[in-house]
Design a binder for this molecule. Structure first.
Ligand SMILES: [Zn+2]
Ligand SMILES: [Zn+2]
Length: 345
């Protein structure tokens, strides 16, 4: 039986429709090709094919824009937003609003080698990389005119990504994106169980008590399949400590995420044989303003099914996998992949 579920945090409705899970057009793909295409701009030794690097994690003695790095941030050659201040002026009318989409669009190459994959990098490289992610996030939100920054990764052909060499991206703009605005509103309104507890902590607390949708609760984070998950095997990873932005994360918290997120991604690979996915970090640039302010978190969205006409037309997602079943499968897989960092499948 299909079931309407209302997300207790955001208030939006999803349909859980298990009968649709056997549809034949589910996408599961093979691992990315291991060989390095001669023209990949993100491979070590090809640094001249990208714009000059903004920052990098480098072995001592290596020069910028040459080999010797383990992670490298570069401007996106095909940016979603225009680097200021080169955009021409535009004119709005009272009914047709427009403005230059100015901002930062960085690529963060996660490994110098082609054919590697974030979840399977060695644990010490995860820790270094996630601290570099935090450094780039801090730099982005400290930029004049920027009000928000979204760190994200596309993996696989169904993810919207175009280059298989492992990389994350960061887009920072002045205008708050709709999803973040929706979450901001959710934090400011609605009930909480107890004073001093934010809406998301409230949801996480009841998920931990219920248990059936929890994927992991360790290292200062809770990973769970949201009650009204929009996507099959969707997972949210929420830090225990209330803070507005990933930029505010402590070293211990960054290390916790650097362990847990790759483990969740390996579990997902095990359960769904290497699906395409996106993960992104939601947060707010403003300093934490108590229980009504933003609580940063990571959302993992497997791209196993494509939205159909009903979903686009209604704005209601149809999820063919019950979140309780997704969580149970991922929990079992988590144990199996707990120690597999550094082991490329
Ligand atoms: Zn490459
Ligand atoms: Zn909170």
């Amino acid at each position: 039986m299909s079931e309407f579920r209302r997300d207790p945090f955001l208030g939006r409705w999803t349909i859980v429709a298990e009968g649709r899970s056997a549809r034949p057009n589910e996408y599961t793909g093979p691992p990315p090709p291991a060989g390095a295409p001669a023209d990949c701009p993100f491979c070590e030794g090809h640094e001249s094919r990208t714009p000059p690097e903004v920052a990098a994690v480098r072995r001592s003695g290596s020069a910028p824009n040459g080999p010797g790095w383990t992670a490298r941030a570069i401007p996106n050659r095909f940016p979603t937003v225009t680097p200021a201040p080169t955009a021409p002026a535009v004119v709005s009318t009272p009914t047709l609003e427009r403005e230059p989409a100015l901002g930062i669009h960085e690529v963060i190459v996660e490994d110098p080698r082609h054919g590697t994959d974030l979840p399977y990098l060695p644990a010490d490289q995860h820790r270094t990389l996630f601290r570099f992610f935090r450094e780039r996030m801090r730099a982005a939100i400290a930029t004049a005119g920027v009000t928000n920054a979204l760190l994200f990764e596309n993996r696989g052909p169904e993810s919207g990504g175009t280059l298989p060499h492992p990389h994350a991206q960061l887009v920072a703009t002045h205008r708050i994106p709709s999803r973040l605005e929706e979450e901001r509103r959710a934090f400011r309104t609605g009930p909480t169980d107890s004073p001093g507890t934010c809406r998301l902590e409230n949801v996480v607390g009841s998920e931990i008590r219920a248990g059936e949708r929890v994927v992991a609760h360790e290292g200062g984070f809770t990973a769970f399949a949201p009650f009204a998950s929009e996507f099959p095997y969707e997972v949210w990873i929420v830090p225990d400590r209330h803070a507005a932005s990933f930029a505010d994360a402590t070293d211990v918290e960054v290390d916790g995420l650097a362990t847990l997120l790759p483990q969740v991604l390996r579990a997902l690979d095990r359960v769904r044989s290497h699906p395409s996915y996106n993960w992104f970090v939601h947060g707010d640039r403003a300093p934490a303003e108590g229980a009504r302010g933003f609580h940063w978190h990571v959302e993992v969205v497997p791209r196993i099914v494509r939205p159909d006409g009903y979903e686009l037309g209604s704005g209601v997602s149809v999820n063919p996998v019950r979140p309780e079943i997704a969580a149970a499968e991922l929990r079992t897989a988590m144990a199996a992949v707990a120690t597999s960092a550094g082991q490329q499948p």
